[in-house]
Design a protein around this ligand. Structure first.
Ligand code: ZN
Length: 346
């Protein structure tokens, strides 16, 4: 008889999500079945919940289970899976890559041209069980707090964006104090940046960034960034910029306050094209790097940074049982939240 489980499902092409009974997936050859312990809600999940233009383009075949930030334990191994054991604590890389294209062959799986995403293109982790290929399973040390590991996927985006450049003794500007921007701020401080300044228009999120240890959290709606830079001892502008907002005004301001030869990594996806003064970028010799996903190596660095003392608990603001997922999405939509963790263990 087919086994059933609870799952948070996008039922139809429209707003909202539904808790449903769906079949427990059966791991095929090379696949692993994971029993989910904790999950975290990502901005992507909120797009899917709200059914905004991004979701309408990317969620092509409802009904489907969503979610891609999780930690759990191995419940079952498919045929031919080696090196993993039932009961082992794991998370997983959410981008399923082809292993055949030029980028996959050269270790740059984040640029695979045939990527499919867990919880977007295929059934996701907001369920009692998730099935993924063995190659995407990431063993997680028992010493790590599961509430934090639940959002390692987002931590991976932040790690990839921040560690793109040398941060030691550098001054960093982060535009956008969403959870990934706040986590990135923690990484930059941990990694030896001199000053980390974050900007946003949301005071609640700027407050969370302060708890993460930023040197200044600036509401650009009413505060003068140039004045704050002066107070913080910046003389020539920022060495490194991490663009996390997808907002044109924020990016233009970033370009205007970078030092000549500064480096910017870009993670924030915009909801429309943004206008930039190319002369600003050219004449300053700025280096821009687009960031997508995370490198597989980032997973190791994440565990080791947390074990080394990087405390990400300030970014967790809400914890709910999975049956109360509506409260979690309401918190995310309110703008007054960091990471929201859902518990699947009881
Ligand atoms: Zn590939």
């Amino acid at each position: 008889m087919e086994r059933l489980m609870d799952a948070i499902v996008k039922p139809t092409a429209g707003p909202g999500l539904e808790l449903r009974r769906v079949p427990v997936p059966v791991p095929g050859p090379g696949e692993v079945l994971i029993k989910i312990h904790k999950t975290a809600i990502c901005g992507t999940d909120v797009h899917i919940y709200n059914w905004d233009p991004w979701a309408r383009i990317h969620i092509t075949h409802p009904p489907m289970t969503i979610g891609h930030e999780y930690v759990g334990e191995i419940a079952q191994l498919g045929e031919g899976v080696t090196g993993l054991t039932v009961g082992q604590r794991v998370s997983g890389e959410g981008h399923i890559t082809c292993h055949r294209c030029r980028n996959c062959h050269t270790g740059n799986i984040q640029w695979c041209k045939n990527t499919t995403s867990v919880g977007v293109d295929r059934d996701g982790a907001f369920a009692e069980y998730l099935c993924i290929p063995q190659t995407n399973v990431i063993p997680i040390d028992e010493s790590l707090d599961e509430d934090v590991v639940a959002f390692f996927d987002a931590f991976g985006n932040a790690t990839h964006t921040a560690l793109m450049w040398d941060l030691v003794g550098e001054d960093v500007l982060i535009t956008g104090a969403g959870p990934i921007g706040i986590i990135a701020a923690g990484i930059c401080k941990y990694d030896g940046a001199r000053r980390v300044i974050i900007t946003d228009l949301n005071d609640y999120r700027l407050g969370l960034a302060r708890k993460m240890g930023v040197d200044a959290a600036v509401n650009t709606g009413r505060e003068d960034l140039l004045q704050v830079m002066k107070e913080q001892g910046l003389k020539e502008g920022f060495d490194v910029g991490l663009e996390m907002s997808g907002n044109g005004a924020a990016f233009r301001q970033m370009c205007s306050v970078m030092r000549n030869g500064g480096r910017i990594s870009l993670l924030g996806l915009g909801n429309k094209p943004i206008e930039v003064d190319m002369n600003d970028i050219i004449c300053k010799g700025l280096c821009l790097q687009g960031i997508y996903g995370r490198k597989m190596d980032n997973w190791h660095k994440m565990s080791y940074m947390v074990q080394g003392g990087l405390d990400l608990t300030p970014v967790i603001t809400h914890r709910f049982h999975y049956t109360e997922f509506e409260k979690g999405f309401a918190a995310m939509n309110s703008g007054e939240s960091g990471k929201v963790v859902l518990d699947w263990t009881k």
